[in-house]
Write a protein that binds this ligand. Structure first.
Ligand code: IVH
Length: 698
């Protein structure tokens, strides 16, 4: 028989499973190394994921066989309550700084004096980038990673072992046949700029606060109690020092780094041996020039005496070694003039003010624009057109205006008047209570938002149009075939449009026919999906259903919402009284219906489709009408999705967890903690037969 490699997970016996887990740990570690250290992946991401999945599936069958170096430990363990403390066996110290070249010359002179060497005696130093992240200590015992700790106050740090295990640059097991009994590797955890940019983009679109710079993002990610979050952030690591070590580290620093690299740790490739102050300063200048292109933030370079015997003799002064110094780069700031403030409209309608600057070089990069974030930021700093300002680059991100040089303000410069009309579409731009962002309310017609809105409208939960998705929507917008939701149906109804479609790349006859058929199949749509398709803020599937069920028909809902927008008190309280509809949603609906462009677009769409009324739960006679249900355990007669749909049809709301608001918990087979919770809270429980009987299914 060939190895366990080709055997299905279900067919493995324990011995074969153990062998297969050992093989997978080695294979996955090898691919991690090829990918991260050598930038030479040997398999596709999909194949890599398949290996990781197979490893996880085997571990799920044989939990006792999970290896201490298992690759699954990288993807995150269950959330911890709080971080434990780790006392550093050797304190984690910091570095003295040199801001000027003279300080570098003095650093070398002091070393020679201390060692009683002549002024021209050769001293070798290793120069390397100073990574702008956070330092971390990794303890390996007999080659296995046992703890990861933050620096903390230098004496005691926090135990972040579960989180460091998610970092793919950090091996779980040192790649050596002869591992040292103890080796504590120290280095820097950081986030690459591309990852930082993507993370902030994601956070901004979810309306979460963005991180100011990659360092904060890395620190925030490492300090997550839930290591699956850390795993999703793709942190990186460079090793550059050691703490406890048995046997002691001897020889040279560069030799130590080479050993680390050979054992599978990542070491910065830009290090260089220098032999004089001139060489050190030239290295600093060279790295300074390359800084903007490195893909990660550095804030200087570090010089370390290479000979470890000399390091030992030099020792420490206070909290910093005498054998090393950080030669920092000047701050990435510059002074320039704000020529204009323009407003950009994002995909979700957020209005972002941007300063157009007199171009200036900041840290080697020409900067012509800076984000001003939002209205409050401009007001707080009182930034005006014509002002002289200090700008700063935080990482490689869009630069920021730090402050105004007020005594250089030109006469007559006026405070910035933040527009209340969207510059893209002329709709009202409003700021909801408690929000920093002003937002265009013309979502259905605003060119800046149309792509996101149409993608949403054709999506699975809304019109669900097969063949029209993220790939096609931008193409059809670009071709002028789609501007608003109603245009989707005109693609099918108007022969001229179908003809125009035929002229576009990738649209053959068959594909057009399929699309037309898919669109026609969706010309009739239930009210809740219609409401969802409009893309009104805060309206997801659940809220759309609540509204549809309460108002029943499109016309009733539309009239009620117009009344809400017109500040009709009765209409507003009727809406606010619907169980599950909060004040934010009421405001969002009012804003949507206050914008005439939206009503036109809604009516236009309604004229193309048939909106099905939703049976009102009131008077339906169902025992579940207006009740909240929770399903748990597995049902025999129907799937969970069917049961949910049936309950909703009967006027119930289906929740995911049991609370005091729950009316019934339906218990399937093997119901677990939710059954217990129901008993604790005194919530009525139904077995499957009872639920079916009450639902009228026999
Ligand atoms: S050596 C005893 N090397 O800079 C010396 N530190 O300002 C230990 N850092 O806490 C530090 N890159 O977080 C060293 N190549 C490098 C570094 C580096 C970044 C950080 C580290 C340290 C801080 C000191």
């Amino acid at each position: 028989m060939s190895g366990a490699e080709d055997v299905a997970v279900d067919a493995l016996d324990e011995a074969a499973a153990a062998a297969e887990l050992a093989r997978l740990a080695a294979v996955i570690a090898r691919h991690d190394r090829l990918y991260h250290q050598e930038d030479a992946p040997a398999i596709s991401d999909a194949d890599y994921d398949a290996l990781v999945r197979r490893n996880r599936a085997i571990e799920a069958r044989f939990p006792a066989l999970v290896r201490p170096d298992s690759p699954s430990l990288r993807v995150g363990a269950a959330p911890a309550e709080a971080f434990g403390k780790v006392v550093h066996p050797v304190p984690m110290l910091s570095l003295d700084n040199a801001m000027e070249e003279a300080a570098v010359v003095e650093f070398l002179a002091r070393i020679r004096r201390f060692l009683n060497l002549t002024a021209d005696a050769p001293v070798e130093l290793l120069a390397e980038p100073k990574i702008d992240g956070l330092s971390c200590a990794l303890r390996y015992e007999a080659g296995l990673l046992v703890t990861g700790a933050t620096r903390g106050d230098g004496t005691t740090g926090e135990d972040i072992t579960a989180n460091v295990r998610t970092i793919r640059d950090i091996p779980q097991r040192l790649d050596t046949d002869d591992p040292p009994p103890v080796l504590e590797v120290r280095g820097e955890i950081f986030m690459e700029l591309e990852e930082f940019r993507k993370l902030n983009e994601r956070r901004a679109s979810e309306e979460l606060p963005v991180f100011a710079n990659p360092r904060n993002a890395a620190a925030g990610s490492v300090r997550q109690l839930d290591s699956t979050i850390t795993a999703s952030r793709r942190l990186r690591f460079f090793a550059y020092a050691w703490g406890a070590a048995e046997p002691p580290i001897t020889g040279s620093y560069h030799g130590f780094l080479e050993r680390l690299a050979a054992m599978g740790l990542r070491v910065n490739p830009l290090n260089r041996i220098c032999r004089s102050a001139e060489e050190l300063i030239a290295y600093h200048a060279e790295i300074g020039e390359r800084r903007a292109g490195l893909g990660y933030d550095i804030d200087g370079v570090v010089y370390k005496v290479d000979d470890l015997r000399l390091q030992q003799r030099l020792g420490f002064v206070g909290r910093a070694p005498r054998w090393a110094i950080a030669h920092k780069f000047p701050a990435q700031q510059a002074v320039t003039v704000v020529n204009d403030i323009v407003i950009q409209v994002g995909r979700t309608g957020a209005l972002t003010p941007v300063a157009q600057l007199e171009p200036i070089t900041v840290g080697g990069v020409v900067v012509g624009r800076a984000t001003l974030h939002n209205q409050d930021y401009i007001e707080e700093k009182d930034i005006r057109v014509g002002d002289t300002v200090v700008v700063q680059r935080a990482g490689d991100v869009i630069p920021q205006v730090v402050e105004v040089v007020t005594d250089r303000r030109p006469k007559g410069a006026m405070p910035f008047d933040f527009p209340e009309i969207c510059p893209e579409c002329g709709s009202h731009a409003v700021r909801l209570p408690g929000e920093a962002v002003r937002r265009c309310t013309g979502g259905l017609i605003c060119p800046a938002q149309v792509e996101a809105r149409l993608e949403h409208a054709v999506g699975r939960d809304a019109f669900d149009i097969e063949g029209l998705g993220k790939k096609q929507v931008p193409q059809l917008i670009e071709a002028g075939l789609l501007k608003a939701p109603a245009d989707i149906f005109r693609l099918a109804g108007d022969p001229a449009k179908a003809e125009a479609l035929a002229g576009l790349e990738g649209w053959g006859k068959k594909k057009i026919e399929n699309l037309v058929a898919a669109i026609e199949a969706r010309r009739t749509i239930p009210l809740d999906r219609f409401i969802l398709a409009l893309g009104i803020r805060f309206i997801g599937e659940a809220n759309a259903k609540l509204l549809a069920r309460h108002y029943g028909t499109l016309e009733t809902w539309r009239q009620a919402m117009l009344a809400v927008a017109g500040d009709d008190e009765d209409a507003r309280s009727e809406l606010a009284d619907i169980d599950g509809i909060g004040p934010k949603l009421v405001d969002a609906l009012a804003e949507f219906f206050r914008e005439p462009h939206n009503i036109e677009a809604l009516d236009d769409l309604a004229s193309e489709v048939t909106v099905e009324a939703v049976a009102s739960p009131a008077g339906g006679g169902s025992p579940f009408s207006g009740k909240t249900l929770v399903f748990t355990g597995s049902l025999e007669q129907m799937t969970r999705a069917e049961a949910k749909a049936l309950a909703e049809q009967l006027g119930a709301k289906v929740a995911g967890s049991v609370s005091k608001k729950t009316d019934y918990v339906v218990l399937g087979a093997d119901a677990g903690s939710k059954a217990k919770k129901a008993a604790e809270l005194g919530v009525e429980t139904l077995d499957e037969a009872k639920w079916l009987a009450m639902a009228g299914v026999s």
